[in-house]
Write a protein that binds this ligand. Structure first.
Ligand code: ZN
Length: 212
């Protein structure tokens, strides 16, 4: 496997730390090492990212990790792990970021469910747009929200894939919806993906929860 060529697009270093921690949480230390080896990112084992917001975690590294998960566990297994890693990314740390931190406030907790989604999900998109090169936007429709990633790390330099493949983003959205809503699960699917030839990666969120 050849490493993915660097993109020059970045997340903050802190997100790299969070990603490594999420991978370790889901797969254990040995699994983490195996994935980083396969992704040709093993230097991160001994030289972890600094805990700061400087942009240093390249989109190509996320793409390489996603690809390594798929190669090691097959498309199905890789997909399940990517979803779990995405959930862990949010649960471990992102929920404490910026505007999302306010979600724990009492004033937020008493809002109606749909208002929570209307505030919380754009807040998440804004965090990514502000502190990383992952430009993200949200459109609110009657029954669904459309979450669009205009520059996507997960499928960076992936082409001619037959189905949308950005499952870390799906897991991250599912967990953020659970957090923002106070415990509900929502249906989220990727409707467009740059790896299959679309202009953007687009995720459809059904606004009615699966469980109440
Ligand atoms: Zn993508």
């Amino acid at each position: 496997m050849s490493p993915v060529e660097k993109s020059g697009l970045y997340y903050p270093n802190k997100f790299g730390l969070i990603m490594i921690k999420a991978l370790e949480g889901v797969m254990g230390r040995n699994g983490l090492n195996a994935i980083l080896n396969l992704a040709e990112l093993s230097p991160y084992v001994d030289n972890p990212f600094p805990d700061n917001l400087e942009k240093g975690f390249d989109f190509a590294d996320v793409s390489a990790i996603n690809k390594a998960l798929e190669e090691m566990y097959g498309p199905r297994g890789g997909r399940g792990l990517s979803l779990r890693v995405g959930r862990a990314l949010f649960a471990d740390a992102l929920k404490n970021f910026g505007a999302l931190a306010g979600v724990a406030d009492l004033a937020f907790a008493v809002l109606p469910l749909q208002a929570k989604l209307r505030i919380g999900i754009p807040a998440e998109a804004k965090i990514f747009s502000q502190i990383s090169d992952q430009l993200s936007t949200v459109e609110d429709h009657e029954n669904e929200m459309i979450y669009t990633i205009h520059k996507c790390s997960e499928c960076y330099e992936r082409h001619a894939v037959d189905k949308p493949m950005c499952y870390i983003a799906v897991g991250l959205l599912q967990e953020s919806l659970r957090w923002v809503s106070g415990g509900n699960e929502f249906r989220v699917y990727e409707s467009k993906c740059m790896a299959v030839g679309d202009e953007v990666c687009e995720f459809v969120i059904q606004k009615d929860p699966l469980s109440t």
